[in-house]
Design a protein around this ligand. Structure first.
Ligand SMILES: [Zn+2]
Ligand SMILES: [Zn+2]
Length: 109
């Protein structure tokens, strides 16, 4: 029964994750939502020619993240696209699971 709720934010299967949940999947790229760059791409913020030193982002956004206005726009885009509710069968596989890391670190082959 371990997976009947999201291990990160605790919502049950079929419910949307709490915003900012580590386990939430991006509907645009199917990767971890909080670590993908879709928000910048979808909001049209990336311009590699203009900002080559900050991954194509305007320096203030690179430094401070999205503004409230951008966050709202991104939220709207996500909802239009369709957020992905928690489902253990499509859950992200973590490479950085703290328990498996400990086991791997302690193993001497
Ligand atoms: Zn979650
Ligand atoms: Zn994405």
């Amino acid at each position: 029964m371990k997976d009947s709720t999201c291990p990160e934010c605790g919502v049950p299967i079929g419910k949307y994750h709490v915003p900012g949940c580590d386990a939430e999947i991006c509907p645009f790229c199917n990767n971890q939502l909080i670590s993908c760059d879709c928000c910048y791409e979808q909001l049209g913020l990336i311009d590699m020619n203009k900002y080559p030193d900050t991954d194509g982002l305007p320096p203030d956004i690179f430094k401070n993240g999205l503004t409230d206005k951008h966050e709202k726009e991104w939220d709207k885009l996500l909802k239009e696209k369709g957020l992905i509710p928690y489902d253990p069968t499509t859950a992200l596989e973590y490479d950085d699971d703290p328990y498996s890391t400990i086991i791997l670190t302690d193993k001497h082959d």
